[in-house]
Design a protein. Structure first.
Lengths: 910, 114
C-alpha cells in the first residue's frame, strides 16, 4: 500500500514537473514523494478522512513550483534526459494529432516503400545463397548449355572441386485430366554435394542415382521442406513413398532443409530428380544427347586454393577438346570462350530482368521519401514557429540551446520511429504484393523476403536519415531562439527567418517531383505503347490450352528404361482438335507447337532460292508448325498468297508460309511466292548421314505478328503445316481456341471433350491475353510503381506549396490588410502573394528539368518507343507540375484577397 | 497572522538561517522541518514544500549541511539532513549579523524585538 502510494506521488510529481518544463532527478522525486506521503499519512493519523488527507497533500503539491528545486547543478540532479524527452515528445505529437498522423502516414509509406524495394534488392541481388561457403561457387555464364557439353565438363574432374548442372522445370503430378504442376529441377548427381546441402530427413541423391534410367534404387526424388509440409503434412514416413511425376513412379529418398530453394534465386523447387532420369519422362524425345538443346545451367565449386581466373583459364584450355568431342568437325560450335562468374549470390534469370528496374524504383522511392521529409520538415518548422514563445520562455528559464534542440530531435525521432514501425508492415505487404505481380501462372517467382540483418540495418539507417533530414532544420531554428524573444511581441524574428528556409525546401520538392513525374510518364508511356502494340493477332477472346500427351498410349507402370520409342502423338492431337471444334462455344481452333508470346522459341538456319546466301545469325528464322485454321483462331492477316488447307498433308507438296519480316530479310522485299525455303542441317552425332530436308514452296505471306516476346522486334518467321512436320513431334501442343464468349467460360466443356478423347492427356488453360500480360509484366510493374510514386510526389509537393502559401498569407496578414485599406485591388493582393511562390516553382522546375535530363541516361534501356530525353514528356510533366502548383498556391492566395482590412486593422491595434 | 510586504521580503533571506538553526541540535528530514517551523512560529511561518527542498539543496551544495537516506525498521525511508562544521560557523556568523541588523532597525525605526 505504502509503496503504491509512493509510486503514485512520484508520478504526480513528475507530471507536474513536466508541465513546468523541469527535470527532476529520481532522488529528488523520491524525496518529494516521501514528503507528500508523510503529509497524507499525518493527516490520516490525525483523524482526517482519506479523501481530505489526499486533498491536502494535493494542495501542498499544487502550491509548489519546481523551478528552484530542479536548478541545482549537482551530480544527483543530472537531467533524467532522454526518457523525459521521449515522453514529452509523445505528448507534443498527441497534442496535434492531424499533423502527426499526416507525418507518420507519409513516413510509413516512404519508409515502407524503401524497405519493400530494398528487401527485393536484398534477396535478388545481395543475399548469398543459403549454402556452405557460397563465395566459392561459380557459374558458367552466357546462357544455357547442352547435356553433351555438361558431360564433358563433368568428366574433367580436375577443373573444379566439384560441379553440377541443373534445369528448372515443372512436373505434372496429376494422373490425368487437368494438370497439377509443381516446381521441379533436373539436377546432376553432385548438386547437393557441391552446395553442401544435407538432407534433414533421409538422404540427397548422388552420382550413383544420376545414371540414365535411374540408379541402384531406381528413379529417386528429393523433395523440399515446404513441399514435404504442404503435400505430406511433414509426415515422418515420407521416405520410400512413391511420387508419380509425369505418371512415372519416383521414390522419395530425402527432404532438404527449410530455407533451401535450390541454386537459382527467384525460383524454388518442390521436387528435384537426377538428370539421368530425364529419359524416363521424355522417352525418345530425351535431350540428353541433343547437341542443339540448350537447357542446362552449370555451377561449380572452386577448390579452396583456386582463383576464379585460374578456373577460367583451366576451363578455356579444355574448351577445344570439349568442342571436338561434342561436335567434331563443326568449327562454329561454342565459339565464345567459356566464362565463369562468381555465383555467391546464386544464379538468377530474374536478376537479369529486374536488376536495373529495381535500382531505378529504389531511387524513385528514395526521392519520394526525401520529398516527404521536406514536407514534414516544413510542417515541423511551422509548428516550431508556433511554439516559439514556449521555447523562448524555456531559454529564459535556463534551458540550453542544445537542450531544446534535443527535445525537437526527440520529437522527430518519435515520428520517424512510428513511421518506420508502420513502414515495416507496409513493406512486408508491399514486397509480397510485388513478387505476386512478377509471378505468372506458369512461372512462379519465389524470393526469400524474410527480414534479415541487412534489411533491418537498411530500415534503421533510413529511419535515422529521415529523422536527421526533417528534424535537424527545426532543431537548428530553435537553437537560435533567444531568451529575450519571449518578452518581445510574438517572436517575429524567427518567423521571418523561416520563410527562406521553407522556400529552399519547396524548390527541392518541386525539382525532385518533376524528376519523378518525368520518370513516371516515361514508364507509363513505355507500358502503354507495349500494351497497345499491334501484336499482329487479336489477343482477346482466345483461350490457349496446353495439351500434353506425354502419358498417353504408354502404360504408366511400364518398366522404364532408356530409349523408349515415343509413339507419334499426332492422331491424338488431331482427334482432340476435331472434338473441340464441334463444341458450341468454339468459333475457331488450331494447333501449334509453339504458343505465341509465351517466351518459347524454335528456330533454324535457312536459305531461300534465288537469293544471296546470308551469313551467321542473319540466316536464322523462327518457325512454328500449325494446323490450317490456326491463323483464323488468332485473327492473323494474310498479306499475299494463301493460308494452309487440309490438302497440305503428308505426301502433298511441301509448303511454307512466311511473315513480312522474313520477306524483308531473305527476299529484300520482292514477291516471295514461288521461291523455296531450304533448311540447313546441323551436325547430329546420332544421325551423321541424315538427309538434307526437302525444300518447301512459299505459298503465302502473313502480316507480322509477335513471336515470343512483345518487346523484341518481330523476327523472320516461317510456318509449316503440322501434318508435314519432319522432325518427331514434341509431347506438348498448344490448342488455340477463339471462343464466342470470354475465354475462360467454356473451360469445363473443353476439358471434358479432351478427356473424352484420351483421359491421359494433361491439360492447362490460360487466356492468350494472360501470356501477353505476362510478357510485359516487368514494364507494367515499373509503370505502376513509377506512376504511383510520381503521383504521390506531385501530391506531396502540392501540399508543401499549399502550406507555404497559407503560411505566407498568415504572416503578411497585417500588411495585406493595410495595403487593401489603402486601396490595393484583390488582384494585386493575389499577385503579391503568388509572386514569391512563382519564383520558387520556376527555380524548382528548371532544376528538376536539368536533373531529369541528367538522370535520363540511367533509364534509357528500360524504355520502349519513347526517348529518355523526350521533350514532349518533359514539357508535359513541367506543365502538369506547374498547373498543380498553381492550384495549390491559388487557394490561399484567393483567401488573402478576401481579407477584410477593417478586421485586420482592429486585430493589430488590439 | 499575516505579514506585510517588508517582512515577506525579509523572510526570504532568513529561510537559510531558519533551516540551519533547526538543524543545529539534531539531523532532521524535510517533512519534520516544515512541521517544526510551522509549530514553533505558531503557523505564522510556513514553507512551500518545494522551496524548502530548494533551500536544503542549496545549503547542501554549499556544504553547510549534508543529506543522507536513512531507513529505520517500521518506518518510511527518509532523507535526513545534518549540519556540518562549516554550516555551524555560518550559522553563528549569520546569527551575529542578524542580531546587529535588528539592533540597528530598533534604534532607527523604534521597532521592539519580540
Amino acid at each position: 500500500m505504502r509503496d503504491r502510494d509512493l509510486r503514485e506521488w512520484r508520478t504526480l510529481i513528475r507530471e507536474r514537473a513536466d508541465r513546468e518544463w523541469r527535470e527532476l532527478s529520481n532522488d529528488v522525486v523520491d524525496e518529494l514523494a516521501c514528503h507528500l506521503a508523510e503529509v497524507h499519512a499525518a493527516d490520516v493519523t490525525g483523524g482526517a478522512s482519506e479523501a481530505d488527507a489526499r486533498a491536502r497533500a494535493f494542495a501542498v503539491l499544487n502550491a509548489a513550483s519546481f523551478l528552484e528545486v530542479s536548478k541545482r547543478p549537482r551530480a544527483r540532479n543530472m537531467p533524467t534526459g532522454y526518457g523525459h524527452d521521449l515522453r514529452f515528445a509523445i505528448r507534443q505529437l498527441r497534442a496535434s494529432p492531424l499533423v502527426s498522423a499526416v507525418a507518420i502516414l507519409s513516413l510509413a509509406l516512404g519508409i515502407g516503400a524503401n524497405t519493400a524495394i530494398f528487401s527485393l534488392v536484398n534477396s535478388l541481388l545481395l543475399r548469398p545463397l543459403p549454402v556452405e561457403q557460397p563465395q566459392q561457387l561459380v557459374t558458367l555464364t552466357n546462357g544455357s548449355w547442352t547435356n553433351p557439353i555438361w558431360e564433358q565438363i563433368r568428366d574433367r574432374r580436375e577443373l573444379f572441386d566439384s560441379a553440377f548442372a541443373w534445369s528448372g522445370t515443372r512436373f505434372n503430378l496429376a494422373s490425368g485430366g487437368e494438370a497439377e504442376f509443381v516446381d521441379g529441377i533436373w539436377a546432376s548427381g553432385r548438386l547437393f554435394e557441391t552446395l553442401g546441402v544435407h538432407a534433414i530427413l533421409g538422404r540427397t541423391f548422388t552420382t550413383d542415382d544420376d545414371r540414365r534410367g535411374g540408379g541402384p534404387d531406381g528413379p529417386v526424388a528429393v523433395i523440399s521442406y515446404d513441399f514435404w509440409q504442404r503435400r505430406f503434412g511433414g509426415a515422418a514416413d515420407v521416405l520410400g513413398r512413391t511420387l508419380n511425376i509425369e505418371r512415372s513412379p519416383f521414390t522419395v529418398i530425402g527432404v532438404t532443409p527449410p530455407g533451401f530453394f535450390g541454386p537459382e534465386v527467384g525460383r524454388t523447387f518442390d521436387i528435384a530428380i537426377p538428370l539421368g532420369t530425364e529419359p524416363i519422362l521424355r522417352g525418345r524425345g530425351s535431350w540428353l544427347d541433343e547437341r542443339s538443346s540448350w537447357w542446362l545451367s552449370i555451377m561449380a565449386r572452386l577448390r579452396p586454393d583456386q582463383s576464379l581466373d585460374a578456373a577460367n583459364a583451366a576451363l578455356r584450355a579444355a574448351q577445344p577438346s570439349i568442342r571436338d568431342t561434342t561436335a567434331p568437325g563443326w568449327n562454329n560450335y561454342i565459339p565464345e570462350p567459356f566464362t565463369l562468374a562468381s555465383a555467391a549470390t546464386g544464379e538468377s534469370q530474374l536478376r537479369r530482368r529486374y536488376e536495373r528496374p529495381l535500382i531505378v524504383v529504389l531511387t524513385i522511392v528514395a526521392l519520394v521519401l526525401v520529398i516527404a521529409c521536406a514536407n514534414i520538415a516544413n510542417l515541423l518548422l511551422a509548428r516550431t514557429t508556433a511554439r516559439h514563445h514556449e521555447f523562448s520562455v524555456r531559454r529564459a528559464l535556463g534551458a540550453s540551446r542544445w537542450r531544446l534542440a534535443r527535445q525537437l530531435v526527440a520529437e522527430s525521432a518519435v515520428l520517424s520511429t512510428a513511421g518506420a514501425v508502420a513502414g515495416v508492415v507496409v513493406a512486408r505487404w508491399g514486397s509480397q504484393f510485388l513478387v505476386q505481380q512478377i509471378s505468372t501462372r506458369t512461372d512462379r517467382v519465389f524470393l526469400d523476403l524474410s527480414l534479415d540483418a541487412r534489411v533491418l540495418a537498411f530500415t534503421i539507417g533510413v529511419t535515422i536519415a529521415t529523422t536527421l533530414l526533417f528534424g535537424v532544420v527545426p532543431a537548428l531554428r530553435v537553437a537560435a531562439s533567444e531568451p529575450m524573444d519571449a518578452i518581445k511581441e510574438h517572436g517575429r524574428s524567427l518567423a521571418a527567418r523561416r520563410g527562406g528556409l521553407s522556400g529552399s525546401l519547396v524548390v527541392a520538392q518541386v525539382a525532385l517531383s518533376l524528376v519523378l513525374v518525368v520518370a513516371a510518364m516515361l514508364f507509363v508511356r513505355t507500358f502503354t505503347s507495349l500494351a497497345n502494340l499491334d501484336l499482329g493477332f487479336n489477343r482477346d477472346g482466345v483461350l490457349v490450352v496446353k495439351v500434353n500427351a506425354e502419358r498417353t498410349e504408354r502404360p504408366p507402370s511400364a518398366a522404364v528404361s532408356t530409349g523408349i520409342e515415343r509413339v507419334d502423338q499426332r492422331p491424338v492431337f488431331g482427334r482432340v482438335l476435331e472434338r473441340v471444334r464441334m463444341l458450341p462455344g468454339v468459333v475457331e481452333a488450331g494447333l501449334s507447337t509453339i504458343t505465341p508470346v509465351s517466351g518459347q522459341g524454335w528456330n533454324t538456319f535457312v536459305d531461300v532460292s534465288n537469293t544471296p546466301r546470308l551469313d551467321g545469325r542473319q540466316a536464322l528464322t523462327f518457325r512454328n508448325a500449325i494446323t490450317p485454321r490456326w491463323f483464323a483462331a488468332l485473327g492473323m492477316h494474310l498479306v499475299a498468297g494463301r493460308t494452309f488447307t487440309d490438302a497440305d498433308r503428308k505426301g502433298a507438296p511441301l509448303v511454307v508460309i512466311v511473315n513480312q519480316a522474313f520477306v524483308r530479310r531473305f527476299l529484300n522485299g520482292q514477291d516471295p511466292i514461288g521461291h523455296t525455303v531450304q533448311r540447313r542441317v546441323i551436325f547430329n552425332r546420332n544421325r551423321p548421314d541424315a538427309p538434307l530436308p526437302a525444300p518447301r514452296d512459299i505459298v503465302g505471306v502473313m502480316a507480322d505478328a509477335v513471336y515470343s516476346n512483345v518487346r523484341e522486334p518481330i523476327p523472320p518467321t516461317m510456318f509449316e503445316p503440322l501434318a508435314q512436320r519432319e522432325e518427331s513431334l514434341g509431347a506438348e501442343m498448344a490448342l488455340i481456341i477463339r471462343t464466342a464468349g470470354p475465354p475462360m467460360t467454356d473451360v469445363r466443356s473443353i476439358a471434358s471433350a479432351i478427356r473424352d478423347v484420351d483421359a491421359d492427356l494433361a491439360i492447362t488453360f490460360r487466356p492468350l491475353a494472360d501470356y501477353v500480360n505476362a510478357s510485359v509484366a516487368r514494364e507494367r510493374i515499373v509503370a505502376m510503381l513509377a506512376g504511383f510514386f510520381g503521383g504521390l510526389a506531385l501530391l506531396l509537393a502540392s501540399l508543401g506549396l499549399f502550406g507555404l502559401t497559407s503560411y505566407t498569407v498568415e504572416r503578411r496578414r497585417a500588411e495585406i490588410g493595410i495595403r487593401m485599406a489603402l486601396g490595393a485591388a484583390p488582384r494585386g493582393v493575389v499577385g503579391l502573394v503568388l509572386s514569391g511562390i512563382v519564383t520558387l516553382v520556376a527555380i524548382g522546375v528548371i532544376v528538376g528539368a536539368s536533373l531529369s535530363l541528367w538522370a535520363s541516361r540511367f533509364v534509357g534501356a528500360l524504355l520502349y518507343q519513347v526517348e529518355a530525353r523526350d521533350p514532349v514528356t518533359l514539357i508535359t510533366a513541367a506543365a502538369t507540375l506547374t498547373a498543380i502548383a498553381a492550384i495549390a498556391a491559388a487557394v490561399p492566395a484567393y483567401h488573402a484577397s478576401r481579407i477584410d482590412p477593417a478586421t485586420v486593422l482592429r486585430e493589430s491595434q488590439a | 497572522m499575516e505579514f506585510g510586504g517588508a517582512i515577506r521580503e525579509a523572510k526570504k533571506g532568513t529561510a537559510e538561517l531558519v533551516v540551519l538553526a533547526f538543524l543545529e541540535d539534531e539531523p532532521r528530514h524535510g517533512y519534520e522541518l516544515t512541521q517544526l517551523i510551522e509549530a514553533r512560529s505558531g503557523g505564522a511561518l510556513t514553507f512551500n514544500f518545494a522551496s524548502l527542498y530548494a533551500t536544503l539543496y542549496k545549503l547542501e551544495e554549499r556544504k553547510w549541511i549534508q543529506g543522507r537516506w536513512v531507513e529505520k525498521p517500521g518506518q518510511r525511508r527518509r532523507r535526513y539532513y545534518k549540519i556540518t562544521a562549516e554550516g555551524r560557523s555560518v550559522l553563528a556568523a549569520q546569527r551575529k549579523e542578524w542580531g546587529q541588523f535588528f539592533e540597528l532597525i530598533r534604534d532607527l525605526a523604534g521597532v521592539e524585538h519580540a
